[in-house]
Design a protein around this ligand. Structure first.
Ligand code: MG
Ligand code: MG
Length: 253
């Protein structure tokens, strides 16, 4: 369908949608702990989103059964919330999307439950840094592949690997719009970024090899080798002044 450029007014609405998403992720940060279930987190997130006058974007999307994607340990993305209790040492990727006033917001963070191993801390830190480095490349005139290149370069320098089966995306009045935003590749290729584009940038990083397998539920995507995986995502507007991370005031998490 081609890339849809957004007006400043539309970007403001997308900022509001993403502010709701970030408030959900802040709430998850307060609530996540050993003994809590991802089902409980999902119930809270759905009611919070509806109280804001927004709608969960993932619920019933292509049949997905929940508000949040909750991806524990070796799950890369698209984990389904359930009644299994989280344990100290788990890492949990939480991805949240909402629709608000006709526009979508989509962001994700990976959380530590209790005390996690140094390797897990390192994986989360490098994935978050890869996202931040990618966001820094976002400006009018940059090339689309500069984003993925920044991610891949940072991740592989640390000995981790980038998942290729899932990619970031344009976002607006649809949850997934053109262009696709891979997390790998050479710099300086693909279309030039333009003011008014909004991109969901979302590195998925495995501690081991990059292989992916999907459970029989058709959703839960895991590392093939059983290693840990982390995921962070921002919805980012391209503005004449550079990147604007929607819904969040700073790059710090
Ligand atoms: Mg997402
Ligand atoms: Mg996304």
């Amino acid at each position: 369908m081609g890339v849809v450029l957004k007006t400043e007014g539309e970007i403001e609405l997308m900022h509001e949608a993403n502010a709701i998403v970030h408030a959900v992720l802040d709430g998850i940060d307060e609530r996540i702990a050993p003994g809590v279930t991802t089902y409980e987190l999902d119930e809270w997130a759905e009611s919070y989103i509806r109280e804001q006058g927004a709608v969960p974007a993932f619920l019933n999307y292509r049949g997905f059964p929940a508000t949040l994607c909750t991806s524990i340990n070796d799950v890369i993305v698209h984990g389904i919330p359930g009644k299994h209790q989280l344990e100290s040492g788990d890492i949990v990727g939480v991805d949240c999307g909402v629709r608000y006033k006709g526009y979508y917001g989509d962001s994700a963070r990976t959380f530590a439950v209790g005390e996690v191993k140094p390797e897990a801390e390192q994986l989360m830190r490098i994935t978050r840094q890869a996202l931040e480095l990618a966001v820094e490349r976002v400006r009018p005139g940059a090339r689309l592949s500069d984003i993925g290149h920044a991610v891949q370069e940072h991740v592989e320098a640390e000995g981790f690997s980038v998942v290729r089966e899932f990619v970031g995306h344009g976002i607006g009045t649809s949850l997934h719009e053109d262009p696709q935003v891979p997390n790998y590749g050479a710099a300086g290729k693909g279309p030039r970024l333009k003011s008014g584009m909004v991109l969901a940038i979302e590195p998925m990083v495995n501690a081991g090899s990059r292989g992916v397998k999907v459970d029989a539920d058709g959703w839960t995507a895991r590392t093939e080798d059983g290693s840990l995986s982390a995921h962070f995502e921002y919805s980012v507007a391209v503005t004449k002044d550079g990147p604007r991370v929607l819904g969040a005031s700073t790059l710090g998490l």
